[in-house]
Design a protein around this ligand. Sequence first.
Ligand code: ATP
Ligand code: MG
Length: 400
Amino acid sequence: MKAPFLKALPILHKLEAAGYEAYFVGGAVRDFLLARPIDDVDIATSATPEEVKEVFSKTVDVGIAHGTIVVLYQGESYEITTFRSESDYADFRRPNEVTFIRSLTEDLRRRDFTMNAIAMNKNGELIDPFAGQAAIKAKMIKTVGNAGERFQEDALRMMRAIRFVSQLSFSLEKETYNALKEHSKWLEMIAVERKTIEFEKLLKGENYQMAIKLLIDTGLYRFLPGFKDKHKELAAFSQFDLTGHFAISEYWVLLLYHFHLPRNNVEAFLRSWKLPVKQIRRVKLGLSLLTQRLDHEWKLEELYRAGKESAIRTEKLLNVLQERYIDANIDELEGVWQRLPLKERKELAITGQNLLEWYQLQGGPWIEEKLLAIEKAIINGELKNERVSIKEWLFTCSQP
Ligand code: ATP
Ligand code: MG
């Protein structure tokens, strides 16, 4: 058994000692079988949430209605979910109601794909009623049971299938693929936030090129925000090798670069995915820097305004777009950056306070304007970053 399971083993022991069944389940078991790094170890148990709370001293109610309790144990947190079946699906979304049950097999049956429906007991033995191991060996993503029915219960599973293609480089089993293609429209019913989570995981997967192709082939892309008439743009986007280690906002930048949206529509597009405000800001900045850089080489002032980190990120995106695999331009950029006479406002020899004293005026936007002009002159080598020189420059040169 691998370290993350060993660490969590006492939890299984405690639940069993209290008279319940308990197993490792879901993504951790799948990733263990795939020899991939194991993220969160999830546990399924026959104990109800209330019963779980009686067994452990430190718990957090995260989703009692869905049967999930978080247990804090030796510095880790574990999601413990009561065996459940899902009933009463309301229009292609998550069930309105869950029923707690005492059968592991029934709990595994409600899971999305056979590779995600394997349990492991305290001795490392696998319980695999739906042939999940065989699917993993064959690198196949296959729904547990009838694909059409399972997608009808929860249409997000269609997105999940494709994000697993991206993350694991697996293929869609034929029936699963056909059902996905036939019923892609059901994705319409799914809340944007859930789509966004899966889409961002898809973007970061090693096989994202194939996953985007599948989004297009199955028609699923039409039900993602702002993608409706964008299959050509998506196909163009999927031509690039993104396996470099980019931050998620940079994937959005590259995607938007291919979408050629009018500048004013970028914000609305990102909002339609309900991305956090901070991320929207980052993407918009990244996109404008990339567009600027594609137009011309860095001017010193642009480099200064962007800051070193953003400038390097932009340059890396440029390398992807231009299919350059050597980062020589980044060394060069770092060299230019090193030689900048000013790297950030903090280094400026004067402050807004000095300006107030020198000019004897009320504060206002003029201060920022002056500071920008001073920075520009210093960056362009027209002025020394020294208090006396700056004062002299301000009062002798004709200033805007
Ligand atoms: P990841 O490595 O991204 O966390 P995961 O398989 O663990 O992948 P989770 O979203 O953490 O994915 O879900 C944990 C488990 O819950 C899955 O392995 C699967 O068994 C089950 N599951 C999650 N979402 C669904 C769903 N929409 N329908 C059915 N089962 C699901
Ligand atoms: Mg998980």
